[in-house]
Design a protein around this ligand. Structure first.
Ligand code: PLP
Length: 401
């Protein structure tokens, strides 16, 4: 086993996963090491999760101390770490409550359920529809999947939840035509993490808010991938002045342990009755204790400004690549969630770039159909950005020869 770097067969996982896995052993800072000791610079962060990178002693320490004290109590009770973290997320003005769950999909399921309850109790039982957009990815559970766009994820599992509509992203005209009071909510990503890193336009954000106010439709910002500093603001919706009614968070929230948060305003919370929603594991003391520590770091303005400046630095490097390689069509994304749209042909292929980069010790992600996604840990340094771009450039050189 020790000499293996990857496993291709008999790994014991279902066929919906890859038949080939890199077996990772440990991590330090922005680097991962496989079981043979090979080092990888991580430009993927475990799909935008590991904002503070790897080997953070403080996270391990918090987890260790809390696990010795108390691991699980269920949602029949609560704990000090859960209360403390909730008090950080809830400001009493914009958001008055947080529902903790365990994954991004679950955070969105909660948001959709809360929106339906609100609509039922402020309008009527016919106002249950949910609107989402082309390119959207909201998760793989049935509610979240119904609002996800990619047919590949949905079609075999139909029929979807009744009343879920999907229209073109950033098209104000279509939005104006379709939206009315029969909708309970619009669920949207400000930067489409899995859909190719398209960003919501200011014009669309403004029209969306106005129409939703007009028809009493809630805006759910799915910030599972973009929230907590990834795009250089605490929430990506802040970055484009979209005032969402509900925000969902997950990926980076607990340093790699499963936790999600659905933030709701008082006027929604007022319409929910005891017992209408719940979960066994959500918001346990270990995950929330870590989340408080992460929150204090990523919500600090200096940290967020630093993400912005590193984003500008990396974007500059990507622009150089764009100038040099004609098959790079566009640079998209925000903060440290950036992408290169690749015009695929012959040897020029996103998966090939990812494979070759991995051989050279750089981990990259794909998004959309043909977009190379870069989402390094937010603690990455300029020097490490240089190292990653140098490896990427050598791969681009090789495949374009
Ligand atoms: N929403 C967005 C924007 C995501 O990027 C993801 C996952 O990639 C999800 C929801 C689903 O999260 P999870 O895989 O934790 O259920």
């Amino acid at each position: 086993m020790a000499e293996l770097k990857s496993t291709t067969t008999d790994h014991g996982f279902p066929r919906n996963y890859s038949n080939e896995f890199l077996i990772l052993d440990k991590g330090q800072g922005v680097y991962l090491f496989d079981i043979s000791g090979k080092r990888y610079l991580d430009f993927g962060s475990g799909i935008a999760v590991n904002a503070l990178g790897y080997g953070n002693k403080k996270i391990a320490d918090i987890a260790h101390k809390q696990m010795e004290k108390l691991i699980h109590v269920s949602n029949l009770f609560t704990t000090e770490p859960a209360l403390e973290f909730a008090s950080k997320l809830v400001d009493g003005e914009r958001f008055s409550a947080v529902h903790f769950g365990n994954s991004g999909s679950e955070a969105n399921e909660s948001a959709l359920k809360y929106a339906k309850l609100y609509s039922l109790r402020t309008k009527n039982e016919n106002c249950y529809k949910i609107l989402s957009f082309s390119g959207a990815f909201h998760g793989r559970t049935m509610g979240a999947l119904s609002s996800t766009h990619n047919k590949k994820y949905k079609e075999p599992f139909g029929p979807m939840i009744p009343g879920t509509e999907i229209i073109e992203f950033n098209n104000v005209e279509v939005l104006t035509k379709i939206l009315d009071e029969t909708y309970a909510a619009v669920i949207v990503e400000v930067v489409q993490g899995e859909g190719g890193l398209y960003t919501m336009t200011d014009e669309f954000a403004k029209a969306l808010r106005e129409l939703c106010d007009k028809y009493k439709v809630l805006i759910i910002a799915d910030e599972v991938q973009t929230g907590l500093g990834r795009t250089g603001t605490l929430y990506a919706s802040d970055g484009i002045n979209l005032k969402a009614d509900i925000i969902t968070l997950s990926k980076p929230i607990a340093g790699g342990l499963p936790l999600s948060a659905t933030l709701i305003p008082g006027f929604v919370n007022d319409k929910i009755e005891v017992g209408e929603h719940g979960t066994t594991f959500g918001g346990g003391p270990v995950t929330t204790a870590i989340a408080s520590y992460i929150w204090d770091i990523v919500s600090d303005q200096k940290f967020l400004d630093d993400v912005k400046s590193k984003s500008a630095y990396l974007t500059g490097k990507l622009e150089d690549l764009h100038d040099q390689y004609p098959f790079i069509k566009e640079i998209r994304g925000k903060g440290l969630l950036l992408g290169l749209e690749i015009e695929e042909s012959g040897n020029i292929d996103v998966l090939k770039i990812i494979t070759k980069a991995r051989e050279k010790g750089l981990l990259l992600l794909k998004t959309g159909v043909n977009v190379l996604r870069l989402a390094p840990p937010l603690i990455i340094s300029h020097k490490e950005i240089d190292e990653g771009v140098t490896i990427l450039k050598s791969v681009l050189n090789e495949i374009s020869m």
